[in-house]
Design a protein around this ligand. Sequence first.
Ligand SMILES: *[C@@H]1O[C@H](CO)[C@@H](O)[C@H](O)[C@H]1NC(C)=O
Ligand SMILES: *[C@@H]1O[C@H](CO)[C@@H](O)[C@H](O)[C@H]1NC(C)=O
Length: 382
Amino acid sequence: MQRSMMHLLLAGFVLATAEANLITDLKEFAYSQQANADYQPQGQQHYPGSRTQVIPLPRESYGWPNVPLPFLGQISGVSINLQGHPVLFHRGKRVWDETSFNTSYAFQHTKEGPIPVDTVLTLDKNTGLVIDAWGANRFYMPHGCTVDDKGFIWLTDVALHQVFKFAPHSKAPQLTLGSPLQAGSDSRHLCMPTAVAVASDGQFFVSDGYCNARVLKYNPQGHVMRVYPQQREHLNLAIPHGVTLLEHHDLLCIADRENRRVTCVSAELRSPGQYSRSLNIQPPGLGRVFAIASVGDLVFAVNGPTSPQIPVQGFTISPFSEAVLDTWSPTSVRFHNPHGIAISKNGTELYVVETSPNRIWKFDTSQWVDMNQLAYVPLEPE
Ligand SMILES: *[C@@H]1O[C@H](CO)[C@@H](O)[C@H](O)[C@H]1NC(C)=O
Ligand SMILES: *[C@@H]1O[C@H](CO)[C@@H](O)[C@H](O)[C@H]1NC(C)=O
């Protein structure tokens, strides 16, 4: 009896928050409910968010971490491992500034050597305690971090111009792409690669990156299968800075940072060569999109400083309606420079990392609501 009362109260609170958010959103964004016929899900399963009107309301987890963190540099990437713990990729004392690269994208401080401290840290999801640390004396300018569904960890380094795949608990990469400290634009070179997304069959995508403005698709052995965009495709990327796969829809979404949009293309995992038109999420308030993650049919994004009119915040996006459904941010202090985002597979926990100030945020995303009916939807266990 008491418990259901609590639930009702909780639902009321959640709905009030939802309503407030919605009103802000309706003002800020041209709101589109038009589903895209090209991408209608077939044989729809029940994923969290598989009905795009049902969205979580991210709420800052106060008091996490509840232990002091060790010194962290600019935190460029975050992902969630198979045990549900956040994994961070940070830069130690190295800072990316205007002296870091010259106009041909060569890193200018190679003499300082790789970053001497552990750059890859796993934090306990409940306490924030560091439970694993490695990656000293290897990386020059950490960027993207992705744990795939087998537990492999993929890291990108924009100074090395390389991407690495590490087996869990292995300190030697199982796969290395690109040539160390050599920028290039052919299939053996990368130029400041930003992020990785991995399919369940081991094919993967690399956003490459600051100079090449392309996304490469690889087979599991690391051979290039495809480059986005090809000439006939009307897809001009301007710093693809993040990638996420909605594998059940064969869809790859790209944080197309300087175009201030999220653009989604066919990942062609099931149907190679079957290119369809891209989906574009580009409302005026979105700004420069730094990072994206996805669960079910929803994409979660964070933007970065763009203009005084555009708040730095989080976005909940429905790619299929090409619409922003909600915006969110921490309540204690604002975001400044969010650079990475990750959401757990079951959709209940979300992390955002920032550079300057160097911070990690945990959000509780276990409360999901139906936007149309504004009804409380209890999350089904996995
Ligand atoms: C969802 O996953 C996270 C991270 O793996 C875990 O901590 C949490 O307990 C899970 N929640 C539910 C309701 O299964
Ligand atoms: C950039 O730096 C690299 C290595 O330090 C050097 O080889 C290259 O000539 C420089 N390019 C320009 C345009 O200064």
